[in-house]
Design a protein around this ligand. Structure first.
Ligand SMILES: C[C@H](CCC(=O)NCCS(=O)(=O)O)[C@H]1CC[C@H]2[C@@H]3CC[C@@H]4C[C@H](O)CC[C@]4(C)[C@H]3C[C@H](O)[C@]12C
Length: 325
């Protein structure tokens, strides 16, 4: 499973938890402006906006999981197995292979408003990158500097673009159903609950935090959706970058999956492999990984963004304990 959020303070912060059981060898990568994109059914693009994100690199091609561009548009792909459906190439439409969606939108769009326009005549085609990389069933969340988000889902009934009022995405079911389920939890509150159960009885409120007693805590996508929406909507705004980044990681770490809790097959467990936080205004990517709780950062503006070749950094690092004695 995965969870993605957009957190707004003075700047905007976008990213995700990537929860899975298979390490694809992801790296932090920067795609500079003059890296050439050859699309399957669209003209090649020699120059475009630069972007930074987390990616599998195969044959010098960035298979991106999540990224932001220099204009402050962010996008993340999350599993959507079941409802997800890609189409054969359709004449008269812009056919975008699922693995091309992130690079194509980040190359060409500044905002979610532009994404909506560009997707109006588009279809996500069921073309695989290669036999080793069949098309993954995904849906996508996008955010920009307005602090607003949208969700893109391709199902049998077509390509859908939804406004996302909670700025959260997890996995199944389809996005409108996730939103509907929030209504089961609308009375969850950070404050002390009022006794409306037996108002004439003096109930001993035995603990702090009882307003969150019914907040779900499961590893499943619905539970993470509700919990992340609650934690995000009540998160304080920091007064500087470090405080904001700290707040952001607390939100996503509140729905992270520890090893051993989500058995996907006999003795194989899904867990949160990495968490990233991309500052949409400053082009900085921060990350933690399962084995390294320290926050690491890559600033895209420290590199030559007019270059032609991909720039890569290791993501999976070792734990970095500060031994005091
Ligand atoms: C596994 C991850 C989703 C995690 C998740 O949501 N887990 C919930 C499971 S569940 O919903 O509970 O069942 C997804 C998210 C992004 C994906 C990559 C996107 C680029 C590329 C696309 C190509 O087509 C195939 C290879 C490719 C490298 C993809 C591999 C893999 O698919 C990635 C990592």
């Amino acid at each position: 499973m995965c969870t993605s959020i957009c957190y707004t303070s003075t700047d905007h912060y976008f990213g995700r938890n990537l929860d899975y059981e298979i390490d694809y060898g992801q790296k932090v990568i920067i795609v500079p402006r003059n890296y050439v994109f050859n699309y399957r059914d669209m003209p090649a693009q020699k120059s475009h906006y630069a972007f930074i994100g987390v990616s599998v690199v195969n044959d010098n091609y960035p298979l991106l999981c999540d990224a932001i561009n220099e204009k402050g548009l962010g996008i993340a792909g999350l599993n959507f197995q079941g409802p997800g459906y890609y189409f054969p190439q359709i004449k008269g439409k812009k056919n975008i292979a699922s693995f091309e969606l992130i690079p194509y939108l980040l190359s060409n769009c500044e905002s979610t408003a532009e994404v909506k326009e560009i997707l109006a005549d588009a279809s996500i085609s069921n073309v695989s990158f290669s036999s080793n990389y069949p098309a993954a069933d995904l849906h996508w969340i996008l955010s920009d500097k307005t602090g607003k988000s949208i969700v893109v889902e391709s199902t049998k009934s077509g390509l859908h673009v939804y406004d996302n009022p909670v700025n959260v995405l997890t996995n199944n079911p389809e996005f409108p159903s996730q939103l509907t389920k929030l209504s089961d939890y609308v009375d969850v509150t950070p404050s002390n609950p009022k006794n409306t159960l037996v108002p004439n009885v003096d109930v001993n409120i035995y603990s702090r935090g009882l307003g969150t007693h019914h907040l779900p805590g499961g590893m499943d996508s619905s539970s993470r959706f509700v919990k992340a929406a609650f934690v995000l909507s009540h998160a304080p705004k920091g007064k500087d970058e470090v405080e904001n980044v700290t707040n952001y990681f607390h939100i996503l770490h509140s729905v992270e999956q520890a090893k051993g809790l989500d058995e996907v097959e006999n003795n194989r467990y899904e867990y949160t492999m990495y968490t990233d936080c991309m500052n949409l205004d400053k082009g900085i990517l921060y990350f933690t990984t399962y084995d390294n709780n320290r926050i690491n950062a890559v600033d895209m503006y420290k590199e030559n963004l007019d270059a032609e070749d991909l720039i890569c950094y290791d993501l999976f690092k070792k734990q970095d304990i500060n031994y005091i004695s």
